[in-house]
Design a protein around this ligand. Structure first.
Ligand code: NAP
Length: 272
């Protein structure tokens, strides 16, 4: 039996159980995907779950907010990309070693390709784990990447980890002066239940011709995406990325390839 699950907090609204149950069904595998809510600061909770993996009582785990960085000290090693990103979202075991990997970056890259193949310049709003994965994916190609964080020192620190990334102040003046092809929201602003919040400054027009990618997918149309649609801009939520990163994690755990689109279709049917 394949035993999978998700560590994070809170987890009630996660779509991951539905996506991975669809993946198990599509692959004809017997298994389950459970939620493991671990409150922030509960280091013992994290360590215990990593032990279950090491002992073979679990096959694999996903990790989400707020533990993508906090869990790293309990792991045996990191994949090259997880090391470069500095955050993990997938744990699996090889030869008794618990390995931390990151499929967010590849999930974003694959989903972005369908939306906007080659942005020459991008602005990332936020400097947390997801922002790091997005920057890692964007820096695989040439192109200018600006990062804005409410604490500008975080954007500066991120720039040190990803040379060539330009920190920018999160102010209407600084953001309004940028001319970029792509804006990515990598903050939780706009996410349920704070659906009225928006990372873009009130009253500031979005850059003409920019495409907007919101990593948030609940609600499907965030306030930022509504602004983009009203301005006639191309806009996409994070659902495609979520399904792509899930498909990649599932392959690491089981060796089976599943189509992200199929997972989304099956999840939507179950929700009906
Ligand atoms: P994180 O590590 O906690 O980082 C969140 C970032 O947003 C931090 O820079 C934080 O700044 C900033 N932020 C939080 N509240 C803010 C506010 N009120 N104003 C301005 N900045 C604020 O979280 P994460 O893992 O990067 O996730 C960020 C978002 O991406 C979440 O909504 C998550 O659900 C989404 N996500 C989606 C996918 C997907 O597959 N679609 C994958 C990963 C993440 P401070 O440090 O100052 O708080």
């Amino acid at each position: 039996m394949i035993r999978l699950g998700l560590i994070g907090y809170p987890l009630e609204h996660s779509l991951s159980p539905a996506l991975h149950t669809a993946a198990l069904n599509a692959s004809g595998l017997w298994g389950q995907y459970l939620l493991y809510p671990v409150p922030p600061e509960d280091a013992k909770g994290l360590r215990d779950l990593v032990h279950l993996l090491r002992r073979g009582e679990l096959t694999g785990l996903n990790v989400t907010i707020p533990h993508k960085q906090a869990i790293i000290p309990f792991l045996d090693t990191l994949s090259t990309r997880a090391k470069a990103i500095g955050a993990v979202n997938t744990l699996y075991v090889r030869d008794g070693w618990v390995i931390g990997d990151n499929t967010d970056a590849a999930g974003f890259r694959v989903d972005l390709r369908a939306f906007m193949p080659a942005p020459a310049s991008a602005l990332i709003l936020g400097a947390g784990g997801a922002a790091r994965a997005v920057i890692y994916a964007l820096k695989e190609r040439d192109g200018c990447v600006h990062v804005a964080a409410r604490k500008v020192e975080q954007a500066i620190a991120l720039g040190r980890g990803f040379p060539g990334t330009r920190p920018v102040e999160w102010s209407p003046e600084a953001l309004g002066a940028l001319d970029v092809d792509l804006i990515v929201n990598a903050t939780p602003l706009g996410m349920f239940p704070q659906v009225d919040s928006c990372p873009w400054p009130e009253g500031l027009p979005l850059p003409h011709g920019a495409a907007i990618y919101d990593l948030v997918y609940n609600p499907a149309e965030t306030r930022l995406l509504r602004l983009a649609h009203a301005a006639g801009l191309r806009a996409r939520n994070g659902l495609g990325m979520l399904a792509e990163q899930a498909a990649l994690a599932f392959e690491l755990w089981t060796g089976r390839k599943v189509q992200a689109g199929l997972l989304l279709d099956q999840t939507a049917q179950t929700a009906r």
